[in-house]
Design a protein around this ligand. Structure first.
Ligand code: FA5
Length: 319
């Protein structure tokens, strides 16, 4: 009986089957348990002997069962974990990853360059009033830049800013000199061709301190050009005119053997200082406004400025 029990126990495939075997042999009416009922038919002398044999069989089968139970338990647990296991060496399904837009990258690059020179990033509103956008910047009513042909007006006093220069005004009104700020952002003009967009990105740079000269301006521009375009890049200032700077310059950068105009610059006009309550006899400064699309075009050889806003992935993936 013990041997057949053991065989059955060996063949049990899971804990459920094993439990049925336990009932079959060791349950209240089990095959081994019920052997004890034979005791009453035996003689006084035979009873202890027979009892001992049955008890031994019982504990033998019990031990055997328990061993098999532990074994099956281990195997089932193993199977469960096997199912959950992840093969970390399998190669994953490749996902297309996005990246920053070329303009965002250029903006961050320029921000880092100026931050490393001690400039601070400030922001201004895209919807401006004519005072901040023009008057405070010494641009009188009759100036052609104010023309409705060139600017997007909401009312006669409110418009989409045409450049980032009003942020100069807002910052100087809020703070006392000296100051060194940059201000990147969107600006809007009625322009549209392969080198002009109606919405484009400028970055204003303003430095105000005592005894600031054109040399400081030129050094800052050269430093910027070297960092953006490499050590061989050269900077050239050409006389120009802006109402809010005196003298004013158009700035060319030599890159890949070509001189390219990418920004307007100059020494802050004394009238602008007066308009924000700075004493022009005490304070001086330089300012410039970069076109970020133009910088990216020069750096990466992009021919048509309209590619920036088409959102064509085939273009964007190149940068
Ligand atoms: C200005 O906007 C002046 N506020 C810059 C300035 C600031 C001068 C501080 C002095 C002191 P301008 O209109 O030249 O200047 O524009 C500056 C740059 O913006 C240009 O050199 C060019 O790179 C870019 N730009 C101008 N118009 C467009 C346009 N429609 N699309 C793309 N880029 C443009």
């Amino acid at each position: 009986l013990v041997d057949t029990a053991k065989k059955e126990i060996d063949n049990a495939e899971d804990l459920q089957q094993l439990n049925l075997i336990r009932v079959k042999y060791l349950g209240k009416k089990g095959l081994i348990t019920s052997q004890m009922k034979k005791l009453k038919d035996l003689s006084q002398q035979e009873r202890p002997k027979f009892g001992a044999v049955v008890n031994k069989a019982k504990s033998e089968v019990e031990d055997y069962l328990n061993n098999r139970m532990n074994e099956l338990y281990r195997i089932e647990k193993q199977k469960k974990y096997e199912k959950l296991r992840v093969d970390v060496t399998l190669s994953g399904a490749r996902k297309d990853r996005g990246h920053l837009h070329i303009l965002t990258k250029i903006q961050k690059e320029l921000e880092d360059i100026f931050i490393s020179m001690g400039f601070e990033v400030v922001e201004g509103p895209e919807v401006e009033d004519t005072w901040h956008n023009f008057d405070a910047l010494n641009t009188p009513e009759w100036h052609p830049a104010r023309d409705v042909q060139d600017s997007f007006y909401f009312t006669d006093k409110i418009l989409l800013r045409t450049h980032t220069s009003p942020v100069q005004v807002r910052t100087m009104l809020e703070r006392k000199p000296p100051l060194a700020i940059i201000s990147p952002g969107r600006v809007f003009r009625r322009d549209y061709d392969s080198t002009h967009l109606p919405m484009f990105t400028q970055m204003e740079v303003l430095y105000v301190d005592k005894n600031v000269t054109v040399k400081h301006l030129k050094y800052t521009l050269e430093e910027m050009a070297r960092k953006v375009f490499g050590d061989s890049a050269k900077v050239r200032l050409k006389p120009s005119f802006f109402p809010f700077t005196e003298p004013s310059y158009e700035v060319d950068i030599l890159f890949n053997g070509k001189w390219l105009e990418i920004l307007g610059a100059g020494m802050v006009d004394p009238n602008v200082f007066k308009n924000v309550g700075y004493d022009p006899n005490e304070w001086s400064g330089f300012a410039f406004g970069l076109g970020l699309e133009r910088i990216a075009m020069v750096k990466y050889g992009i021919r048509d400025i309209r590619d920036f806003i088409k959102n064509d992935v085939r273009f964007l993936e190149n940068y």
